[in-house]
Design a protein around this ligand. Structure first.
Ligand code: ZN
Length: 379
């Protein structure tokens, strides 16, 4: 590496540090210098192009204590944004966020996507992206899919068979002129709890139930994807060796006992809102269905905890909606089975992000890349 390259790398590294501090919260140059360990001169030098390019803005001076008035820097309200999009079996969703993670626009449109062709799906997603795109520059789009993704291609998505083998990121990029990053919805829902705010620490498992069960495993502040994108398939962890036949070909998978369709069927309900009403009314069949699912989920999660030794489980999606009736059964099974449980209790949380967790994660994939590779902000 030449000296010039080396200096450029150091500068980009410092820029990343400053941007990360600003994602945390706005701050004056002096405050940012204190938080990053950089000198005030270096800091002024780094923030100047960010101000000149409309990425940051300097707020009017505020008097703080006895010292000189400080002018906090924060992300510009007209600065670049990212869009997240989600293709689901039963809906499409989009959301735009700023570099600070603030939501600008979002939409969730119920739509049965099971038989749609890849072109139909991508046309509708592109249209939704256009609807939520405002005048602010777009850094790119994140696209979430309920399936296994490798190298920009969907390699497994049992409920959206028309999308298998399709280069979805490329197709959406052609339609929108945006750089598109494709990832699995469970990974992105997990990322939404990690970036731009840590909602569950640096090590946790995020688990949701839809048609299947999706889990995102976060280790050391990164989503663990595995070698080919298959990591975190909690739904297909076996909890009964000769149990119920699963769509994957195996038997006794967690999904066959704790999936949302199984809970609804056992409870004699067709939809989640009607199940919730039955639970609130104390319907014994509904309560038992959810408790049984909670036990099965707790057994599966116990296995995951014993493998990865993470301290926290976040229940998201429909599991977050069912949390009040679900968590005791999950917790008691984990407490019985997790070896580290003797040392510390595994913490169980309901996700605060609701039905927009996946799209927030998809948009976050793009803003996080821009902060980690700040040269992308200057093109
Ligand atoms: Zn299975």
């Amino acid at each position: 590496m030449t000296t010039v390259d080396h200096l450029r790398q150091v500068r980009l590294g410092n820029l990343r540090t400053v941007l990360l501090a600003l994602v945390d919260r706005p701050g004056s140059r002096a405050d940012l210098a204190a938080r990053t360990g950089l000198t005030k001169a270096t800091l002024s030098n780094l923030t100047e192009p960010l101000l000149a390019n409309g990425i940051l803005v300097e707020e009017p001076a505020t008097l703080a204590g006895m010292g000189r008035p400080s002018k906090p820097l924060r992300f510009h309200p007209d600065g670049p944004v990212a869009v997240g999009a989600e293709i689901n079996v039963s809906h499409l969703a989009v959301e735009t966020i700023g570099l600070d993670g603030e939501t600008l626009e979002r939409r969730l449109v119920p739509a049965d996507m099971r038989r749609a062709t890849a072109d139909e799906v991508l046309d509708r997603v592109a249209e939704l992206i256009r609807e939520v795109s405002g005048p602010r520059p777009l850094l790119g789009a994140g696209l979430a899919i309920p399936g296994v993704v490798h190298d920009g291609v969907v390699i497994r998505t049992p409920n959206l068979p028309n999308l298998v083998g399709v280069r979805l990121a490329e197709g959406l990029s052609r339609r929108t002129d945006l750089d598109v990053l494709l990832d699995n919805e469970a990974n992105l829902a997990a990322l939404a709890h990690l970036w731009p705010r840590h909602l569950a620490g640096e090590d946790f498992v995020h688990v949701t139930a839809d048609v299947g069960i999706g889990a995102g495993v976060v280790l050391n502040g990164e989503v663990y994807r595995g070698v080919s994108g298959f990591a975190g398939e909690l739904g297909h962890v076996v909890i009964e060796r000769n149990g119920v036949l699963c769509t994957c070909g195996s038997r006794g998978c967690v999904e066959r006992y704790a999936g949302l369709d199984v809970i609804l069927r056992e409870a004699g309900r067709r939809r989640l809102d009607s199940l919730c009403k039955a639970l609130d009314a104390g319907d014994p069949k509904a309560l038992e269905a959810v408790r049984n699912a909670g036990e099965a989920l707790g057994v599966g999660l116990g296995t995951l905890m014993n493998l990865f030794d993470v301290p926290t489980v976040v229940l998201g999606g429909s599991y977050a909606v069912l949390y009040d009736h679900l968590h005791e059964a999950v917790q008691s099974e984990m407490d019985r089975r997790v070896l580290a449980g003797g040392e510390r209790h595994t913490r169980l949380l309901a996700s605060p992000l609701g039905e927009f967790a996946v799209v927030r994660g998809a948009a976050g994939l793009v803003t996080r890349r821009a902060v980690q590779q700040p040269e992308r902000l200057f093109v």
